[in-house]
Structure formats: C-alpha cells, structure tokens
Design a protein around this ligand. Structure first.
Ligand code: ADP
Ligand code: ADP
Ligand code: ZN
Length: 230
C-alpha cells in the first residue's frame, strides 16, 4: 500500500484502476484463509492459488507430484521449500496477465518468503488473519469440504443448507484426513515454529496488514477489503 500511495502522490490518478491485486493470505491452519480467498477471488476477479489445494489435487490424481508429497501432507508435515516454491512461481507466471492473484497457504517458512521475494519483483499485499489456537482447533475439527468443487463448510459456523451436501454443486462433503486431532496438533506446531519469521519479514518490508479473524465470515471479509483499499 505504501507504494500505491506514492503513485497517488506522483499524480498517477489511474493507479487504483491499474493496480494489480497481488494478495497473500497468512494465518494458522483453520484461520479462514481458504474461505476468505474464495470471496476475494470472487470480488476482485482474481485467481485463487492454494498450495494445499494443488497438493490435494495431485494426491487425488496420483501424479508425479503426489509421490513426493502424499505422506507429508497427510501426516501434517511441511512439503520441502524447493518443491513448493517451484510450483508457486510456475502458477504466478501463468497468471502474469491477470489482474493479480490471491495466494493462500504460501509462504509458510522464511525460506519460502525469501525465494518468492527474489523471483517475484512486483508489489505484494500481505494480509495476516489473526486467530487464537483454541478457536483454530474448533474451526479445524468441524471443517468439511465439498468432494466435487472444494468449497469449505463448517458443521456449526458455516453449515450447508442440506446436511452433507454442497450448496453450490450438490457434491458430497468430506472431512480432510489431516483435520484429525493428532495431525492438527502437528500442523499447529509447524505453524508456530515459522510464522514469527514470516511476519517479521513482511513487517520489515512495510506491506503487512493484520486482521482480526475471530469474527463472523462476512466481518472478516469487510476488514480484509478495508485493509486492501487503504
Ligand atoms: P484455512 O484455509 O485457513 O485452513 P478455512 O477457510 O478452511 O481455513 O476455514 C476453516 C474452517 O472454519 C472451515 O470449516 C470454515 O467454514 C470455517 N470458518 C472460516 N472462517 C470462519 C469464521 N470467520 N467464523 C467461523 N467459521 C469460519
Ligand atoms: P491449512 O488448512 O492447514 O492452512 P492447506 O490446505 O493450506 O492447510 O495445506 C495442507 C497441507 O499442504 C499442509 O499441511 C502441508 O502439508 C502442505 N502445504 C501447503 N502449503 C505448503 C507450503 N507453503 N509449504 C509446505 N507445505 C505446504
Ligand atoms: Zn461443491
């Protein structure tokens, strides 16, 4: 946002119209990144890139990537930086002509943030959804996903109109293998180990925005949109 304001000061009146929405969503597993990324993608007409979705898709197809990542993802580990970075850079290249993107689930380590910074020179807006661990566990244990379109639901906070059926495509809902108690704990440990470094990295760059995640979905969305417009 700092850069955009500079553009405005220089008299570039079209900066808002011409700007690219290169958004990164950070937050604990279950903090609402996927839910908000879909809404941002819809509002700003930008593609949603989710590294978790890319891995789950590869595992479903049992392709070459699946062999490398299946066990790690299902056990709640972290895929090695070089594999994730290569995938993300390839995705960003494909989207270079779009109005931007919303990246969800990356970077998860300082190494990933630094690699992205080296190869991707355009301005990024980094939005961190803050949520305490107790709430995160409630979110993850009630999460259900549509088998067909991948849309996320929650048994209590965001349930479908018909039990176990996706509102959008009538697909059947399922629980992610890594949303089981022990795996959740492991994922949270990895998250806690790395998030501080990633946040400091973007804080130093001056493009980090922190948004309160412990609010209803619509309210978190409004806060994110407000942060983007600043
Ligand atoms: P992440 O992508 O960060 O892992 P999700 O977007 O999948 O998180 O959300 C985790 C779970 O919490 C899902 O079941 C989702 O429906 C639910 N959820 C997301 N945002 C909220 C919110 N603001 N309030 C209540 N439940 C939410
Ligand atoms: P969450 O709901 O926990 O935010 P995601 O759907 O983003 O989960 O990711 C699912 C899994 O995919 C992670 O637990 C991890 O194994 C792998 N993964 C996704 N993104 C990354 C990344 N940037 N670095 C390493 N592993 C990743
Ligand atoms: Zn669906």
């Amino acid at each position: 946002m700092v850069l955009l304001k500079k553009a405005e000061l220089k008299g570039d009146v079209n900066w808002r119209k011409n700007r690219k929405m290169n958004l990164i969503l950070l937050g604990a597993p279950g903090s609402g990144k996927g839910t908000q990324a879909l809404k941002l993608s819809d509002k700003y007409k930008i593609p949603h890139i989710s590294t978790g979705d890319i891995f789950r898709e590869a595992i479903k197809k049992k392709d070459a990537l699946s062999i490398k990542v299946k066990q790690i993802v299902e056990e709640g580990g972290l895929v090695p930086d070089d594999i994730v970075v290569e995938i993300v850079l390839r995705e960003l290249e494909q989207e270079s002509n779009s109005k931007g993107f919303v990246l969800d689930g990356f970077p998860r380590t300082l190494g990933q943030a630094e690699s992205l910074d080296k190869s991707f020179k355009k301005h990024l807006e980094v939005l961190y959804i803050k949520l305490e661990e107790e709430e995160v566990i409630k979110r993850l244990s009630g999460r259900r996903i549509c088998k067909k379109c991948g849309k996320g639901y929650h048994l209590i906070f965001n349930h479908p109109q018909k039990e176990n059926i996706c509102d959008s495509c009538s697909g059947e809902l399922y629980q992610r293998k890594d949303d089981e108690e022990l795996t959740i704990k492991k994922r949270l440990l990895f998250y806690e180990k790395h998030i501080g470094d990633v946040l400091s990295f973007y804080e130093k760059q001056g493009n980090l925005f922190i948004v309160e995640g412990n609010k209803p979905i619509g309210e978190v969305f409004s806060l994110l949109c407000k942060a983007i417009k600043e």
